[in-house]
Write a protein that binds this ligand. Structure first.
Ligand code: DAT
Length: 179
């Protein structure tokens, strides 16, 4: 349960390209409690937590059991940001705050083109953003009151979003009688 943790678990999710890593990096700098940024996609690659690599889609098929085993001790301890394009595999008990980043789909298309993704991967992600796939997933996996949808289109959004998460962390600390 979150009550036994000294620091929260913040999930930052959203379609690829919506700004999860950019937000997590800034949040690490601004947070009043030390937070470790876990880029789950990178972790999967580094630790081999996948079943196979799909050349066509340029993506890994994640071994979910291995991934959850790897993350469990970190989540129990708290003080982490989980940065991934999906969130429903993370148990509800892990999550203190779930931030879903959103971006206008034409802007998202430009960001994904810069990554040199195959066209079908750009299309699939673009469609997922329009259909609010990640938002629906977050809303159906966690209590409504911990799921926050935030726009991530420019630097102003980035700064105000991170400021908002920092305020939330301060309130989380206060609720637990921490200084
Ligand atoms: P993600 O981790 O969700 O895949 P990212 O953080 O790597 O996304 O961002 C993708 C690109 O878009 C990167 O060049 C930074 C830019 N970007 C994302 N959100 C932004 C924002 N709110 N303001 C300015 N640039 C942003």
């Amino acid at each position: 349960m979150s009550s036994s943790r000294k620091a929260p678990v913040v999930i930052i999710t959203g379609t690829p390209g919506t700004g999860k890593t950019t937000h997590a990096d800034l949040l690490v700098q601004e947070s009043p409690i030390p937070l470790k940024h876990i880029n789950v996609g990178e972790l999967v690659k580094e630790k081999g937590l996948y079943e196979e690599y799909d050349e066509d889609w340029q993506s890994y098929t994640v071994d979910e059991d291995k991934l959850l085993d790897e993350l469990e001790p970190l989540a129990s301890q708290g003080g982490i940001i989980l940065d991934w394009h999906t969130c429903e595999i993370f148990p509800e008990r892990w999550a203190d705050l779930v931030v879903v980043l959103r971006c206008d789909h034409t802007k998202l298309w430009d960001r994904l083109e810069k990554r040199a993704y195959p066209l079908k991967k750009i299309q699939e992600n673009n469609e997922a953003e329009i259909m609010e796939v990640v938002l629906d997933e977050a809303r159906s996996s966690y209590p409504q009151e911990i799921v926050v949808e935030l726009q991530s289109e420019g630097t102003e959004d980035l700064e105000s979003n991170v400021a908002r998460i920092v305020q939330w962390i301060e309130a989380w600390q206060k609720d637990r009688g921490q200084p």
